[in-house]
Design a protein. Sequence first.
Length: 312
Amino acid sequence: MSELTVIVPCKNEEEAIPLFYKELVAQTAFLEKRGTELKLIFIDDGSDDKTVEVVRGLHDSDPRVHMISFSRNFGKEAAMYAGLRAAADSDYAVIMDADLQDPPSLLEEMFSYIDQGYDSVATRRVTRKGEPPIRSFFARRFYKVMKKLSDTEIMDGARDYRLMTNQFISAVLSMTEYNRFTKGIFGWVGYETKWIDFENVDRSAGKTKWNFWGLVLYSLEGITAFSTKPLVLSSLIGIILCFISFVMILFIIVRWLIFRDPVAGWPSLMTVIVFVGGLQFFCTGILGQYIAKAYLEVKERPLYLKNEKNCF
């Protein structure tokens, strides 16, 4: 018998979890035919509702259900890593959201590709129906920017919903960095991956935990985690500005020597100074982002801490 571990990061999902569990069990009847046992691990990411109690109730009626509970909110990236560590000995693992935006009905098709020899089967949304237009716009811009800045493949609309073999799981776990961007990690490790497209599905219950600024910060995390091109860009801007400044100095000197004309244009001069100063702060900010990442890495803090009394 092989084993499939379903990893479900959740924060305040007491309403969605029963619906997710019912749908997942209904859609995984095919596992018995292929000789695969099901194991469910919910990762409680510092919930302050009844998420733990709801999962405990499921565990009491179904021993396949387990929970890893964090001592506080560490974020979805830490939750996915904790789930993959717990699934390190499983033959297969799949990451799914509890809100049913990752349709369990795709699992049978995903396994068909695994049986064909793929190391992972990933999913991507081809529509963003139901999302705020501004959020959809910036999401698409982010993926286009990432394609230009990074050598790692990150598909537009990619979800964390991915079925992985043990080999793929081990490769992801070998990357132990503190600043994690799992979509980039999935692309970086390589291996043969099959992509499945599906249309956006509305949440079954509850509210999204992501807001606009949270997504902006997450996108910056991805850019700094898998590209050093912003540092190159800031260096090029500095070189260009130095060249322009040198040309302007020569122009002013030549003009004074030929025409003996006093240098005028104080407002325009101040505008240039402020502009250049702003660019300097911008480039310093880019450098600071990378230094901050290095600072967090060298401290070697754990990605998460468990609340053992709520782990089962």
